[in-house]
Design a protein around this ligand. Structure first.
Ligand SMILES: Cc1ncc(COP(=O)(O)O)c(C=O)c1O
Length: 405
């Protein structure tokens, strides 16, 4: 299919840089960061919810580095906290007062947190949580639902050890029968169910409660992977928002406004029993990251960030509902909630696919970075004028695409 739309943007510098990257970085960049024009290829800097690529093209961003940037890019309070800590040293041989302060804060905020252990990122932490669950239950098998990272236990791409993935079973979200069948087929073998509590789909009435009951009837731990939802649905995560307390949980992305830190938290009777299990790495609890997390959480608390994020996310979702109804676009997908909204499409025939293609190209050209096939992330820096501009550009791109096709 030839394209119906040609970008007006200049990507000369980005493409020069990419040529150089291809000589030195595997694949020219980390797999999730590889892109082609008209998508931005190399980002120069960000401020608030705006990013500028290497050619100076500006975008309002709704991917926010895949979720971590909760307050906004280069957010002054967090930058200052990190800078102050770096001047005093970044990592040490033994503990530091700030890591205790952060752990105390997490215990105050997160319902399932009575004990905290630090990690550097989401994959690291979900793997740690699974290891702790296996140690606690003395069982091998894991049931998963959602994305949990790139480590061998949770994916089966080239290079993953097949024997590891064989112990990982998948359940369908919002389908209790798929979980109860797994329990029947793997009696007394499942160490934990690790799941994203929500995402594109919200949990059906009673679903999360039923998952928890089923886990406990089978002496299996329930772990909420709150890597995306943590500090977004509420400061205590989706578990606080939906009122379901799992046995353990994993937090990462939005915790430190873009600095690399993660935590596994859990009930004390579980975590104390596995305190001797070896989950340890040099950069766990890097103090400047801990300082970033404390500053991020303090800002969210002082600004009532959660209310703000929900308001902005709902303005977007309502705006898209209104526009697509008015323009009679019956193949739009409007999903998610709060600071994790999603607007996209169900394609499937040539005409729809061409409209979709033009929509994304035109909105990019007009300055929107809209995640395609990924949940969106709203930040504390998405102001009313950014939302209004987003809806305005989206509407005009939809009208343009419909008229072109
Ligand atoms: C729910 C969830 N868990 C785990 C991960 C893995 O985190 P990371 O990419 O930091 O390793 C991700 C990343 O997108 C995620 O969304």
């Amino acid at each position: 299919m030839g394209s119906d739309y040609t970008t007006n943007r200049d990507f000369t510098r980005s493409l020069q840089l990419r040529g150089k990257a291809e000589k030195f970085i595997v694949g020219g960049g980390q797999p999730h960061k590889r892109s082609n024009p008209p998508d931005p290829v190399i980002i120069d800097y960000g401020k608030g919810c705006h990013i500028w690529d290497a050619d100076g093209n500006e975008y309002i961003d709704y991917l926010m580095a895949y979720g971590p940037v909760l307050l906004g890019y280069a957010y002054p309070r967090v930058m200052e906290a990190v800078t102050e800590q770096i001047k005093r040293g970044n990592i040490f041989n033994v503990g530091h007062p700030l890591e205790i302060e952060l752990a105390e804060k997490l215990v105050e905020l997160i319902p399932s947190a009575e004990r905290v252990t630090y990690f550097v990122g989401g994959s690291d932490a979900t793997t740690g949580a699974v290891k702790l669950a296996r140690a606690y239950t003395n069982r091998d098998k894991v049931v998963r639902s959602g994305y949990h990272g790139w480590h061998d236990w949770c994916h089966s791409e080239a290079g993953a050890l097949k024997a590891t993935a064989q112990n990982t079973l998948s359940m369908e979200y919002n389908d209790l029968v798929s979980l109860s069948d797994l329990f029947k087929e793997n009696k007394d073998e499942i160490a934990c169910v690790i799941m994203e509590p929500t995402g594109y789909q919200l949990p059906e009435e009673g679903y999360l409660e039923d998952v928890k009951s089923l886990c406990h009837e089978n002496n299996t731990l329930l772990i909420f992977d709150e890597v995306k939802t943590g500090f977004r649905y509420s400061l205590g995560g989706a578990q606080e928002y939906f009122g379901i307390t799992p046995d353990m949980s994993v937090f990462s992305k939005a915790m430190a406004n873009g600095f690399g830190i993660a935590a596994v938290v859990g009930k004390k009777e579980i975590m104390d029993e596995v305190a001797g299990v070896w989950v340890a790495a040099t950069f766990h609890g890097e103090v400047s990251m801990v300082a970033a997390a404390l500053a991020t959480i303090a800002e969210m608390e002082e600004k009532d960030g959660i209310t703000y994020l929900w308001d902005q996310g709902e303005k977007l979702l309502n705006g898209y509902r209104e526009i697509t109804e008015r323009l009679n676009i019956d193949f739009a997908r409007i999903e998610g909630a709060g600071s994790m909204p999603f607007f996209g499409f169900n394609g499937g025939d040539d005409k729809k696919d061409r409209i979709i293609d033009i929509f994304y190209k035109k909105t990019l050209d007009d300055g929107l970075y809209l995640p395609r096939g990924h949940i969106w992330f709203v930040s504390l820096s998405h102001r009313d004028e950014d939302i209004a501009r987003t809806l305005e550009i989206s509407e005009s791109a939809l009208k343009y695409a419909k008229q072109k096709v």
